[in-house]
Design a protein around this ligand. Structure first.
Ligand code: MLT
Length: 227
């Protein structure tokens, strides 16, 4: 089985229009954060492209009785007035269990929104690479659909850490040996920006390969835990 690679919001849009299973990758940090929230018992993660949209979605969900956390970053930092930022380490079981998290980030949530027409959207990162590859492969075999792994990039620019993660997931889907990732991730401009904000622990956490069996699957506008 062959998996395709695509880049950024446009790549996600085109793959979705073709009816592919779409895996969206934002290694540092959003797809890792979504995986962690669900792994730690979060009920769902609702992506929002903008700050206003996130606030609006959080208001709607709260007024219909949900226990909601408003989270997100701009420039890597927590958005003023939000409950949490986008650090996966913030979302412990104590914080997220049984909660719905509305999340807006600079790149990932916009890419996910562009993939909205896809029959299946999954969130992939290094931590769940093997698990997301397995689920996508099973779904592609069952449905006869093709798979595209989208590396989100950073404000329209190529990001080595997203590209290498997408390549690893592609290789795992195809059953070939994946490339090594440490140097690409740890030396990336995104890693350096996070380090400058004192968030190097996030980079180390996001760099761990195949340590999570949790696969975020989009259902009715929210990522939930897949099988
Ligand atoms: C994003 O989606 O743009 C990133 O996850 C940014 C970040 O590191 O918070």
């Amino acid at each position: 089985m062959i998996a395709r690679l695509a880049f950024g919001p446009d790549g996600a849009f085109r793959a979705a229009r073709k009816g592919h299973v779409v895996i969206v990758v934002d290694t540092l940090r959003a797809s890792t954060t979504v995986t962690t929230i669900l792994e730690n018992g979060g009920r769902g993660v609702v992506p929002a492209a903008t700050v206003e949209e996130a606030k609006e979605k959080a208001r709607e969900l709260s007024s219909s009785g949900g226990c909601v956390i408003l989270a997100g970053e701009r420039g890597g930092l927590k958005i003023p007035g939000f409950d949490y930022g986008n650090s996966p380490l913030e979302f412990t079981r104590k914080v997220v269990e049984e909660k719905i998290v509305v999340l807006t980030t600079t790149n990932f949530t916009r890419v996910v929104q562009q993939a909205a027409d896809a029959p299946l959207i999954l969130a992939g990162c290094l931590r769940n690479a093997e698990a997301v590859a397995g689920l996508a492969r099973r779904e592609a075999l069952r449905s006869g659909r093709k798979i595209t792994v989208v590396h989100s990039g950073r404000k329209g620019e190529f990001s080595p850490e997203d590209y290498v993660t997408a390549c690893i997931i592609k290789c795992l889907i195809e059953g070939v040996a994946p490339p090594s990732h440490e140097e690409c991730v740890l030396d990336s401009p995104s890693a350096k920006s996070l380090a400058a904000l004192g968030l190097w622990e996030d980079v180390k956490y996001c760099s761990q390969l195949n340590v999570s069996a949790t696969v975020p699957v989009m259902k009715s506008g929210a990522f939930v835990r897949g099988l």
